[in-house]
Design a protein around this ligand. Structure first.
Ligand code: SAM
Ligand code: SF4
Length: 391
């Protein structure tokens, strides 16, 4: 792999692979920081003078430079993520979409998603972004149990995410996702059951569920280190995953990636692009992009990001060019996590041998010349990939 911190050189961006083309826009603002989260996001006190207006201006400049470098592919999917995009308000998010439309052509059936924190949404907000052209909303819910929300430092009440999901549908959004976190210290099986039941009752067509990860440098990690909270337990996480998967399947939401469930046809197309060989431009502070064989990432702080653009350059902090082996590892890693699995033809003879052992161990199945994770394999997906790729 060729990896460089970008100073003197600049990567090539050649859309070589076909498949879908997406635009990701990173909104680096949050009202408060949740204790578990290490995303590239800043609370008002951490912004060093950066403002949403300055950020939007800088994003406009980056998109214009991107369009010039790519010579105008049609955009299949847009994903505005964060941080907390809903802090921009309906008008701010409409301006982001206008900025994309000013430089690129959106496909007629483009999927246009925004993430939102339930706290910064309202019926007017959803009506505004629907009218602006957004087609999908993804809301952080995490749990309905007040004690779990407290441990996670979530400021919204248990019911707010559910109300927001209903408000989004009332405003015309057919596609609404809720994010859950499971395995929080103190969470019970019944807390999770009630969270899933409430999410389903809110009429959503997509659910993402993440095992709580104790990320270094977070307030949660400090509390675990001081012994105030236990670390999530692997056996509990595995049981919760199985419970969750069973409840969701019963309700007609089937898994299509290890952490994602949807009604048939309601899969997130933007994320399918990430996992299935699509290409995308990542705009905004700290955003990652992947085009041709080049993966790159932007300067992280909004001020550093905006300054580089003000100087007339792309705000790229570093990039790497994937060689054939890197690409292979990446393909196996991502495709095995999907319900559709991995074509056998992607593997070399040694890897096929190891895949046969995983089939014998009940971790993979083989059908139609594809390998797919079994239910048990999904619990051990990282280990399955490690074994497949081990030389
Ligand atoms: C950008 S946030 C979603 C939108 C909004 N910022 C919010 O939190 O409501 C993305 C999601 O990542 C998940 N997440 C973030 N940090 C995590 C961690 N350490 N462990 C598990 N899930 C995490 C949460 O489920 C969160 O909803
Ligand atoms: S989970 Fe969402 S709201 Fe909480 S700090 Fe992370 S990005 Fe911000």
């Amino acid at each position: 792999m060729t990896m460089r911190a970008l100073q003197a050189s600049s990567p090539e961006f050649e859309l070589t692979r076909g498949g879908s083309f997406g635009i990701y826009v990173h909104v680096p603002f949050c009202a408060t920081r949740c204790g578990y989260c290490d995303f590239n996001t800043y609370t008002p006190g951490e912004l060093g003078g950066a403002t949403p207006q300055g950020w939007l201006e800088a994003v406009r400049v980056e998109l214009a430079l991107a369009a010039r470098r790519l010579s105008g592919p049609a955009v299949d999917t847009v994903f505005v993520g964060g941080g907390t995009p809903s802090l921009l308000g309906g008008a701010g998010l409409a301006a982001v979409l206008d900025a994309i439309r000013a430089e690129f052509t959106l496909a007629a059936d483009a999927e246009v998603t925004t993430e939102a924190n339930p706290e910064s949404t309202s019926p007017e907000f959803f009506a505004g972004i629907r009218a602006a052209g957004f087609t999908r909303v993804s809301l952080g819910m995490q749990s309905v149990a007040p004690a779990v929300l407290r441990v996670l430092d979530r400021v919204h009440s248990p019911g707010r995410a559910l109300d927001a999901a209903r408000e989004a549908q009332a405003a015309g959004f057919e596609h609404v996702n809720l994010d859950l976190i499971y395995g929080t210290p103190g969470e019970t099986d019944d807390d999770l059951r009630r969270s899933v039941a409430a999410a389903l009752d809110a009429g959503i067509d997509h659910l993402s569920a993440y095992a709580l990860v104790v990320e270094d440098g977070t307030a949660l990690a400090r509390r675990v280190r001081r012994g105030e909270l236990p670390a999530p337990d692997d056996d509990v996480l595995a049981r919760r995953y199985e419970l969750l998967d069973g409840w969701l399947a019963q309700a007609g939401l089937r898994w299509y990636e290890v952490s994602n469930w949807s009604r048939p046809g309601a899969e997130c197309r933007h994320n399918l692009g990430y996992w299935g060989g699509g290409q995308w431009w990542g705009a905004g502070p700290g955003a990652h992009g992947f085009i041709g064989d080049t993966r790159w990432w932007n300067a992280k702080h909004p001020n550093a990001y905006a300054q580089i653009l003000a100087d007339g350059a792309l705000p790229i902090a570093g990039f790497e060019v994937l060689d054939a082996r890197d690409r292979h590892v990446e393909d196996v890693l991502l495709q095995i996590r999907m319900r559709t699995g991995l074509p056998l033809t992607l593997l070399d003879a040694d890897e096929r041998g190891r895949a046969r052992a995983a089939v014998a161990d009940g971790l993979l199945t083989e059908a139609d010349r594809r390998l797919r994770l079994t239910d048990r394999g999904r619990l051990l997906a990282d280990g399955v990939v490690r074994d497949l790729l081990s030389d």
